[in-house]
Design a protein. Structure first.
Length: 258
């Protein structure tokens, strides 16, 4: 480490400097005072200068402003920090304002060059308003939508439940117990069951499916939206219940061959 102060010039006491200056005459007295005043003024001025340079460096952005009641060019220029104030704003828009800068009317569109940040417009997905719920369809349409959205097991229980939902949409009466009871008697729950020995079979129209429906009856009472295959479990149950409702009032009223 170097020795302390070995090559430094001895500092002069401020009081000594003042006395020396006083001894040299009045003109010499003013020089250090002027120098001190200049030095102290230069320091605080550096911040505003830097700020003005910073503002000048910001690029102006253009926007379209629609005049409202009570506006003036001065107010608009002040609001958007227009460089050059209302005079520059008027110069930029003289073609639309006209010869009198004091006469601006509501609805007039002005081009404004501002140094303020412009807030981005909200898109539909950014909207703060809550989305309105979709209107619910009324009556049978709502029931049909719910029924179509359901899933059913691929077994006798699922077939009966799906048929019941379709029947409810069509106003066909019947209950789970009434359907189940007749299915077990007619086919023992076998959707591919066929009767090849009774009078219908002898006439060439054997009874088919879960509820043993002949083809002419199935075609006459087929319910739209179901399969046209008489062996299809849901189509067979629904058509048979439609037939039973027409003939007996409900499948629940059937307790034997029908």
């Amino acid at each position: 480490m170097a020795g302390r102060g070995t090559h430094r010039r001895p500092r002069t006491n401020p009081l000594t400097r003042g006395i020396v200056a006083l001894g040299t005459g009045g003109a010499a007295l003013t020089l250090p005072l002027l120098g001190a005043t200049h030095a102290s003024a230069a320091e605080p001025q550096s911040a505003p200068v830097a700020q003005s340079v910073k503002q000048a460096a910001q690029p102006a952005k253009s926007l379209t402003y629609t005049v409202v009641k009570g506006d003036s060019l001065a107010r608009i220029a002040d609001k958007y920090d227009v460089s050059g104030g209302w005079k520059q704003l008027y110069k930029d828009n003289r073609a639309v304002v006209g010869d009198n800068p004091k006469l601006i009317h509501p609805g007039l569109k002005l081009k404004v060059k501002t140094t303020k940040p412009i807030a981005p417009k909200k898109t539909a997905t950014q909207s703060s308003a809550p989305a309105k719920p979709a209107a619910k369809p009324a009556g049978g349409v709502a029931q049909a939508t719910q029924a179509s959205a359901k899933t059913y097991a691929n077994n006798l229980d699922g077939w009966i439940r799906e048929s019941l939902d379709i029947m409810a949409q069509r106003g066909i009466p019947g209950s789970y117990d009434g359907i189940y009871r007749n299915v077990m008697r007619e086919s023992s729950g076998n959707p591919l069951a066929i009767n090849n020995w009774d009078s219908n079979a002898a006439a060439g129209t054997p009874s088919k499916g879960l509820l043993q429906v002949i083809d002419p009856t199935f075609a006459a009472y087929h319910v739209p939206g179901t399969s046209f295959d008489p062996y299809d479990p849901v189509a067979n149950i629904t058509a048979a219940c439609n037939y039973a409702a027409d003939r007996y009032g409900s499948i629940d009223n059937v307790n034997g061959p029908y």
